[in-house]
Design a protein around this ligand. Structure first.
Ligand code: HEC
Length: 170
């Protein structure tokens, strides 16, 4: 009798934990959906000005990957080792070539160049060309690069002035 009562209690407890977990997951999903609304997820796809809409899942993954791969140097959109070259919208738009679209950001991660576009800097900046020096870049797929890049464009819409310096010196 006592044995079966306690196993029933155990079952009820387990079910309660499972239900709470489910509710928690749903709440997290709802929060992400609210944070990344359609307008926020709509970003410039290429230099021609076409736009693309990321899914909530892609936006969440982009933020996570940016955190683990880039934030060591670019937390909150600044560049720690070179504050002149931030990731704010203005800095990206004024780079040569402009880096303010998904296509041009993915291109940067494949073949990074100086701000004036003169020199290739794959040995100095994490890239798909320099995975031997920057192992964090090693397992990134093209989709991952798109998602990381999307976060660079999405972040200022969520963080406003807390992303980047808000101005560039160029
Ligand atoms: C080890 C530090 C470091 C890491 C890690 C790093 N960066 Fe950078 N990033 C820099 C530096 C330094 C520059 C400026 C390079 C230059 O122009 O000389 C830069 C410049 C950039 C630029 C050009 C900005 C502009 O205004 O034109 C982009 C875009 C960029 N990084 C994106 C990323 C992304 C995305 C990641 C993660 C995949 C990343 N970086 C990881 C240090 C880093």
């Amino acid at each position: 009798m006592i044995g079966s009562a306690s196993s029933l209690i155990k079952k009820v407890l387990l079910l309660t934990v499972a239900a709470l977990f489910f509710v928690f997951q749903a709440a997290v999903g709802t929060a992400a959906a609210a944070e990344f609304d359609v307008e926020t997820r709509t970003v410039k796809a290429n230099p021609a000005g076409d736009t693309m809409v990321l899914s909530v899942k892609q936006a969440v993954k982009g933020r996570k990957l940016f955190g683990s791969t880039c934030s060591q140097c670019h937390a909150k959109g600044v560049t720690k080792t070179d504050p002149n070259v931030g990731l704010d919208a203005e800095a990206l738009a004024n780079a040569t070539p402009p880096r303010d679209s998904i296509e041009s950001l993915v291109d940067y991660l494949k073949n990074p160049t100086t701000y004036d576009g003169e020199y290739e800097i794959a040995e100095l900046h994490p890239s798909m060309k320099s995975t031997d020096i920057y192992p964090k870049m090693r397992n990134l797929s093209d989709d991952d690069l798109t998602e990381i890049s999307s976060y660079v464009l999405i972040a200022p819409k969520i963080l406003g002035n807390r992303w980047g310096t808000g101005k560039t010196k160029f």
